[in-house]
Design a protein around this ligand. Structure first.
Ligand code: FES
Length: 108
């Protein structure tokens, strides 16, 4: 099944937004004019990353930051650079851009 998250221009550079697809919490980030989508599931405790709605990035918008214990993840890979889950990664969701549409397929 294909899900249309939103349009490419709906996200500003450096903006993140959460979605729920097939009962799975995910979030999308626009960074360097690319879209990255991850499951909203911190590999430290297996809980959502954010406290405030759509707040997934650090202040400088250089990393994904878990609000619980401040783990930092690379935006383009989801790899955890520092924090209690150092060396683990967020689950990356393959994304397709079809014209303006941000699509994900077959999210289990
Ligand atoms: S739950 Fe994410 S760093 Fe602890």
């Amino acid at each position: 099944m294909t899900s249309h998250l939103c349009d490419f221009n709906d996200l500003a550079e450096g903006e993140a937004r959460s979605f729920t697809v097939n009962n799975t919490d995910i979030f999308a980030v626009k960074h360097d004019n690319q879209i990255y989508v991850y499951e909203n599931f911190c590999p430290h405790l297996g809980i959502n990353l954010e406290f405030l709605p759509n707040q997934f990035l650090d202040l400088e918008k250089r990393f994904i930051q878990c609000a619980n214990h401040n783990a930092l993840f690379e935006i383009d890979s989801g790899f955890c650079l520092s924090g209690p889950c150092h060396g683990k990664s967020l689950r990356k969701i393959p994304v397709e851009i079809d014209g303006q549409k941000i699509l994900i397929r077959n999210l289990p």
